[in-house]
Design a protein around this ligand. Sequence first.
Ligand SMILES: Cc1cc2nc3c(=O)[nH]c(=O)nc-3n(C[C@H](O)[C@H](O)[C@H](O)COP(=O)(O)OP(=O)(O)OC[C@H]3O[C@@H](n4cnc5c(N)ncnc54)[C@H](O)[C@@H]3O)c2cc1C
Length: 460
Amino acid sequence: MSRAAIVGAGPAGFYAAEQLLAAGDAVDLYDALPTPFGLVRAGVAPDHPKIKSVTRIYEKTAARDDFRFFGNVEVGADVSREELLARYDAIVYAVGTALDNRMGVPGEDRPGSVPATEFVAWYNGHPGFADRQFDLSADRAVVVGNGNVAIDVARMLVLGDDELAPTDTADHALDSFAGSGVREVVILGRRGPAQASFTNPELRELGELQRADVAVDPAALDAVTGTEDLTPTAQRNVEILREYAQREPSGKSHRIVLLFLRSPLEVAGDGENGAVAGLRVSVNELDAGGRPVPTEREELIPCGLVVRAIGYRGRPIAGVPFDATRGLIPNDGGRVTGPDGEPLPGEYAVGWVKRGPSGVIGTNKKDAAETTARLVEDRDAGRLNRPSEESSPDAIEAWLRERVPGVVSWGGWQRIDAYEAAAGKTAGRTRRKVVRIPEMLTLAEAEGESEWPPIATTRA
Ligand SMILES: Cc1cc2nc3c(=O)[nH]c(=O)nc-3n(C[C@H](O)[C@H](O)[C@H](O)COP(=O)(O)OP(=O)(O)OC[C@H]3O[C@@H](n4cnc5c(N)ncnc54)[C@H](O)[C@@H]3O)c2cc1C
């Protein structure tokens, strides 16, 4: 039996854990947050509770023998890669891609121009973003990007209070959305309808919103000539968009506009440090390869909020190889590779930080299977890392608890979870999230208490 430290308790970390346990190995699953589940908790939109219920599968993994959760431990900050290598036969990096791609245009850092990573984390109650404030007073917002994250952000901006109220949207975000002045959200794509990365159900959902009409410029569809070379998903997207382009507005109070063939040129505002007042864009054409080429035409879209949802990048961990161009941990089928391209003994990558930020939750299961097969192959060939310190389960836990204050066990997370579920039930919601780490730790440590400790984060 080998013992692996899996770093990151998102889908990729949990699938890797499940597979290693099935192969007879032991797993310690670390996460920087006191709470598990990665983007399932902090990314997936709150109005999609069915998708979030995938966590039930991860709970089954956590209930297995030889599984331990060490939450509130950031690898690279609280403990180092070298400390883990001194104690484990293998490390599996499943840290996801926490940073956003930038548009690279002037004015990008003006107040009101924000990455989707932060906006999404804020409405989902990620403790790192609970104190962020977003000015939602303007009547138009622009979301840059043509993937599902852009759709999520646009949808969240037009959902009504009654639609958000039963969800696990963070309380601070519910308050802000309730006072929002946003009436129109423009989703901006630099390429055409046929090149968008939306998936069909998400795009279709935009046409079924309670209080928002959807609009598409028919000219963008006229430019799509022939769809026979497209993937079935892209073909279906074009059909859905054609139907949207023919729709008459039904007089709903809000509107989502899908605007294609536009690239950001500048986030305009009042003076160099002034807040966002608009987005200047070029009007593009597509070349024969489907790439956007700017024409001489430019437009200014007046708006008060610009959210960029144009992809993610990993955050480097001290001492762990990192491909700064791709924003990933370099690897060969999951084996982390060093500067010479050779695998490093006992170090593996999985999930978004291995292959990039694409694919749905389930994609990470297949991805984990590739990585864990390599690990098991290396284990059987005697090629794993050789710990230099005492590496029994008890010795590792004793070291960690002395080294890092406030480590959260699976039992600790279950107490946070039970509190959130109970608070949600009282309010008729799926869950009310605790959004501050000290309060999470209070709950995690409240073993055996018959009453909940007072938590001040949530609204009355
Ligand atoms: C906004 C958004 C919405 C999405 N919606 C859907 C959807 O509706 N349906 C769907 O199927 N897919 C959706 N996805 C995709 C899905 O969330 C991803 O496929 C999946 O979460 C990737 O898994 P991961 O484990 O690689 O990364 P993550 O889920 O990001 O997990 C990484 C984990 O690592 C932890 N971590 C990071 N650094 C460290 C460190 N140094 N030390 C310790 N821990 C660390 C993080 O806290 C986090 O828990 C969405 C993605 C986004 C961004």
